[in-house]
Design a protein around this ligand. Sequence first.
Ligand code: GLA
Length: 715
Amino acid sequence: MTVYRLDSPTTSLFVRASIGAPPELLYWGARLNDAVTAEEIERLGTSQGGPGSADIAIPASLALEPGLGLLGPTGFGAHRAGRDWGSRFDVVAVEQNDCRLRITCLDPRTQIGLEYRFRLHAESGVLTIGSTVTNHGTDLLDLNEMATACLPLPARLTDVIGFTGRWTGEFQRERLARFAGGYVRENRKGRSSHDAFPGVILCTPSTSENVGEAFGLTLAWSGNHRIRVDSLSDGRVFASLGALFFPGEIRLAASERYVSPDIIAAFSPDGLAEMSRAFHTHVRSHILTPHMRAKPRPVHYNTWEAVYFDHDLDQLKAIADKAAAIGAERFVLDDGWFGSRRDDHSGLGDWFVSDAVYPEGLKPLIDHVTGLGLEMGIWFEPEMVNPDSDLFRAHPDWVLAIKGVDQIPYRHQYVLDISRPEVSDYLFACIDKILSDHTIGYIKWDMNRDLNHPGDQQGGARSDAQVRALWALLDRLRAKHPNVEFESCASGGGRCELGILAHTDRVWTSDSNDALDRQAIQRGASYFLPLEVLGAHVGPAHCHQTGRALSMGMRSATALMGHMGMELNLLTEPTADLVELKDAIALYKQHRDLLHNGALQRLDTPDYIVAMGVVATDQVEALFSIALVTGHARTLPDRVYFTGLDPARQYRLALVWPDAWQSKSVPSVIDALELNGRGTLINGDALMRAGLQLPLASPESVLLYHLKADRGCCD
Ligand code: GLA
């Protein structure tokens, strides 16, 4: 057999792996019926000789390596001092085990081995691909380029959706028509970055949230990456995703291996939202730990925007009292508790409780917080050091740098070379001590600058090693402290991707607590990440990032659609706002099981509306958030058409937020359907197909609709 078939209930994959020939992906997409044979797929894959082209068909191997002879983009590049550059990989062994396929390839001429590992996941239909390069020769092998895989995709997918952004504006979608040549997103920031999320979606021009084919691909990697979509002149289309290296960064000695980060890919025949649901199912079943899946996500109180660096024990205790009173379940002490860190100019690296600020240590604060029934959390930024710190003074050689080139500080800080064991050991010891000496259940792990000079003391590049050392350090800490949860923060959402999520438990989605910004950011993040991992906080009445004043109704309903928390000074915010926030927290607690386990819905709406919801997997309950981010062009706002409901059930539809909201005009859909009261039973099919008129509402407000299936007997 030369063509291997893998099936999930929703997707199929056919890979040709003939001994002595390059491996090729022949088909990935909707599940084909069992009668379809590998031979048929192989024959249908026969290409036609084009005018002026090679006399034989050049296969589209998974590496698009130079020795293949396909004159186009490559996914693999290596050499030994200028030799052995022209590899061509032939299959030497294949192993299939149910939905896993391992293909071992070798180029006997250059003595380079290449292995591919495919897995099609039954519960999500998600495809994961990993690859490994091995140097079977005796001389050093320089790996210049290595896409985890280059995947041929149907040319009918003429739209490309990428994700860009900036600090406080992550996960902005950019949709464009594919063009001849290469769509290339490269990231050299040493973290997955705010502006080049390592993922891409290919779809048809008519694909929307709930209609049309979508192929989503993401690289589970927390560092530099290259994502390409290449449209060749012969009509073929390839998507390639891989880590990106600096020159000389990956040098393999005899028998050494390079293991690529995984591609995680999801196909949907029914729109972008279905693709996201596949990613979410995968994250829930394979990336998050069972412990995290079982534990309800506690409501956070975070000190950052309340006090910044101005820590005062009595004030923090008073804030904790208020936080507990309105429903917080975890208190996170942010930046400023250690060393000389009274502002962002000094102290990073000195992970010892500041005697000046906490003369009796952290115990009095932690005792107070835990005495209120809250879990304690704490902030670290382990990979960084301020030049003005005891650590830097003692070990100026521990930082990443390019010898002879001036350091470029960002936020007055340098980056430690954590791939050096003594550096990682120091960080492990410091963090371990804080965790061992205190009752702490949560670490906010921050990383606040790009790595622009990632060189080591020997003059080599260490970007790749830095990411692997980070993952290893996190794993080591998690193994020693299995009940401590970790958040990945990098100036907000600079390191939010599926790679880091395998070593942490949630992400800080963005430093913007502006609810309007957040609507777009959280929606963008939801393409790949489920709501429960998206840290979402209610900020102060006047947003610190944008200066915008948004109602508590809008702010709290926006945070509710993620892992909810708050970071405002509860001692100074208006009392009425805190009463409303308390209600929103209660609503979050009531619905977090649904929000964090159900199936995400994104509705197709005009741009002034952001509409997302979650339907329980058994379809008995749903919560939809309809945010009116600006005013509407016509007199009335549009109708919304719910999705994901059971068409055969009746649902009691009610408006649960804003609390006791009065209609602005008559006649009113609110009154007619008793949305503010008991709600009305309506058929799921009608809610999805006939839709619901939105009531008149102010711009910058959020409506939350709750739907509960009728049990039949009592209503
Ligand atoms: C970063 C984080 C913030 C906060 C500050 C502290 O900007 O994203 O949430 O923790 O650092 O310095």
